[in-house]
Each structure stands twice: as structure tokens, then as C-alpha cells.
Design a protein around this ligand. Structure first.
Ligand code: FES
Ligand code: FES
Length: 139
């Protein structure tokens, strides 16, 4: 039970009806996986993206073991980056997420977790791509 005094309605909606919960195959060369933790509270967030040849994010999924704000932040983040270019995803900032969800200051690190998770997923994807290019170059 989360109190409406502490949580804005956008948080409650994303918490009760989280979008894009689930997993993508982390061994798929087109999938980037980011797993990050918040030292402040021990919450953990996994965010995954699937990217096509045009650099478009065709799918995004998350699993978050954490508080309502962290779940809402990751749900919103996947919604924002799905269908967008990887370049756009790289620019998503935690303060945009916090603003959209009206997170109180004590919950700002929850939205930071979402930003970190996007960055980690992008990095994993890019590393996979450069490995692939190297393989192709030496083949
Ligand atoms: Fe529950 Fe963060 S661990 S609020
Ligand atoms: Fe730590 Fe929300 S309280 S992620």
C-alpha cells in the first residue's frame, strides 16, 4: 500500500500499471543490458534495449527490485526510449524523469537509477557492436 500523500498520481499509475516489464535475451547481439544498483537503499534495476540496423530502439524492457519510485522511473524510461534512436536515449536525464513523476527530493536517486540503467544498457550494446565489427574485420 502506497500513500497518495507521498506519491504523485503519475508514480502510482506507473507503479500499478508498469509498462514494459520483462526481459530480453541478453545474448542477442542486438540487445544491450544495463544492471545498476542504488547504494543508498540497495535497490536494483535491470533495463534492456533492442536496437535495429538503423539505430532505433525497437524494444525496451525492465525489471526493478525496489521502491515504487524506482519502478515508476524505469517504466517511464522504457516508454520514453522505445521507438527512439539510441542517440536520444543517451540524452534522457534523471531530472526529466523526476519532474514528470513529481518525485520528492528524497526519491531523486530512484530516477537516477533509471538514467544510469539506460546508460549502462547503451554501453553494453555499443560494446557488443564493436566486438562484432572486430570479428567481421578479422574474418
Ligand atoms: Fe525500498 Fe528503496 S529500498 S524504498
Ligand atoms: Fe532507492 Fe527508490 S528508494 S531506488
Amino acid at each position: 500500500q502506497i500513500s497518495s500523500a507521498a506519491y504523485h498520481k503519475n508514480v502510482i499509475d506507473h507503479y500499478e500499471n508498469p509498462r514494459n516489464v520483462g526481459s530480453l535475451d541478453k545474448n542477442d547481439p542486438r540487445v544491450g543490458t544495463g544492471i545498476v544498483g542504488a547504494p543508498a537503499c540497495g535497490d536494483v534495476m535491470k533495463l534492456q534495449i533492442k536496437v535495429d540496423d538503423q539505430g532505433q530502439i525497437v524494444d525496451a524492457k525492465f525489471k526493478t527490485f525496489g521502491c515504487g519510485s524506482a519502478i515508476a522511473s524505469s517504466s517511464l524510461a522504457t516508454e520514453w526510449i522505445k521507438g527512439k534512436k539510441v542517440e536520444y536515449a543517451a540524452t534522457v536525464k534523471n531530472d526529466q524523469i523526476a519532474k514528470e513523476l513529481s518525485l520528492p527530493p528524497v526519491k531523486l536517486h530512484c530516477s537516477m537509477l533509471a538514467q544510469d540503467a539506460i546508460q549502462a544498457a547503451l554501453k553494453d550494446y555499443e560494446e557488443k557492436q564493436s566486438k562484432r565489427e572486430k570479428k567481421e574485420a578479422t574474418a
